[in-house]
Ligand binder design. Sequence first.
Ligand code: FE2
Length: 366
Amino acid sequence: MKIEIKDKKVFFENHGSKKEIHPFWLRERVNGDNFVDKKTQQRLFDPTELKENIQINNLNLSNEFLEVTFNDGAHTKITIQNILKEFSNINEIKYIDKVEWDSSLKNFNNFEFKDNFFEEEEMYKALVSFYQYGFVIFKKVPTKNNFIVNFANSIGSIRRTNFGEFFDVKSKPNPNDLAYTSLPLAPHTDNPYRNPVPCIQMLHCIENEVSGGLSTLVDGYTVTQKLKKDFKDFYKILTEIKVRFQFVDQSVVLEDWAEMIQLDESGNFKQVRFSPRLDFVPLMDVDKLQLYYSARKKISELYNSDKFKIEFKLSPGDLLMMDNYRLLHGRTTYDANEGNRFLQGCYIDYDSTEGKLKHLKRKFNL
Ligand SMILES: [Fe+2]
């Protein structure tokens, strides 16, 4: 990749293809104290107010800089590196490869909480691991005073829902969700009825005196890859049909329509939704519904199979952070008479983890 100039025009050359860079594109990037606020990196001018026919009057190219004078009098010196960075189109998160895993996954990436943790390189490693595996476990996280709120807000911002800023997971009378019972919970994703669905869930273990109540995780990415390979028709219909997910209680009705396996615009994995107690398949032709039900049964079998599930016990101080677009989670049953089992949970969105990861990458020059 390189920058070239010719006849008052700037070109970007990559793998033999050479394209002109629009003068306005460069004019928008004029830097210097009169044009950009140093602290915020935000423009001090509004490019929509500039005249449209911006032309280049003068150009100078060195190894490190491109110097441009425009016909409206603006002059700038842009580093070549900054221009190339914009063309490389590298989104750091997207380029962290997902590691497919199943029940054979043994060494979970644990990270020990300590003072200043959120500004340390260790936090960067934890976030990279989170994007690779879809989850990470933090150990020795303080359990007093709803510290989960502090923890979440130190990475980004809590996503508040109708369950509150955070929620207590323990069995209680008259629950509005099965999570608040001692019943087993099959692998599921949280809140598929919200728009947007909360991206990341945190569960912080405060007390755990029972012998059951193991936490379970399944990698929805691994399972859908398996389905794509071995059951093409099932994969196809689950990526195509939108179903209605619903949550109803005394004070709210939440509904959203979405695919159980959602792909991005390039046909790649984006998100799984699975919560078979609150999904409603639309009325379709009998044959199509038959195929849909078979597909849903198959993916449910895979999600619930011991081949893909990991089980582990959370101890007081453990904080599990998991990707709710990729992983399914659940728990085994427990006997509430054995003692207390008390977790606190909350949600954050991807802008929190991405923002933190990019900040730490910049800070440590990684
Ligand atoms: Fe859940």
